[in-house]
Design a protein around this ligand. Sequence first.
Ligand SMILES: Nc1ncnc2c1ncn2[C@@H]1O[C@H](COP(=O)(O)OP(=O)(O)OP(=O)(O)O)[C@@H](O)[C@H]1O
Ligand SMILES: [Mg+2]
Length: 225
Amino acid sequence: MGESEDARGVRSLSARGLGLAREGRNVLDGVDFAIEAGAIACIEGPSGCGKSTLLRVLATLLEPTAGEVYLEGVAAHAIAPRTFRRRVAYVPQQAPMLEGTVADNVAAGPRLRGAQPTPTRVEQCLALVGLDGAFAARPASELSGGERQRVALARALANEPEFLLLDEPTAALDTRAAERILERVRALAREGLGLVVVTHEPTHAAALGARRRTMHAGRLREGEG
Ligand SMILES: Nc1ncnc2c1ncn2[C@@H]1O[C@H](COP(=O)(O)OP(=O)(O)OP(=O)(O)O)[C@@H](O)[C@H]1O
Ligand SMILES: [Mg+2]
């Protein structure tokens, strides 16, 4: 899979035969997956079916017990973790805030690489998630759940990833704010970002123009249900 995509020169994040056994149970069971740059995939499925686990394995934060993740056809194992995680960003269901201000949080990734984003750049990242520049100076610990969720997304975008893995990105947002986030991430995909969105909300796939996949007990299928 990865090799042929490489040959065509298309950037992709893929996985083959992913398995994850936990306490005698297969939380992931033979999962094949691929997404190309500029595409959006939605992953739906009942609570506990393995959606968050799959995202964590795709983000290389969890080691699968079988199978492998590939970035442009190169096994994740062969890529330095810091490089992989800059190119493939992951925003968990409830992303913890780092100490300091919102600006400190947004700048955290670039700072790891020795870069210092300008205040304008921080504001740009906040604007991408619909937050006013005035948020930059606020202590991250004082934010609401929905504000945290958006700062976590801005923090991921500050790294200019090629692929973005979002776990229920609108769970803490009202309908209007959720729609705006979906519009924005869709626009990012048009610019070439590859997006994987785990969602419980059946309308999201249509709003994103996404390809739907459904998980059931650790198995991933094309389409809904
Ligand atoms: N560290 C762990 N040890 C053992 N089992 C785990 C662990 N983490 C997750 N699980 C189990 O793996 C299964 C899949 O969990 P996961 O978080 O991937 O589900 P999910 O599809 O994201 O569910 P939700 O929609 O509720 O977020 C669940 O049954 C969960 O209890
Ligand atoms: Mg989950």
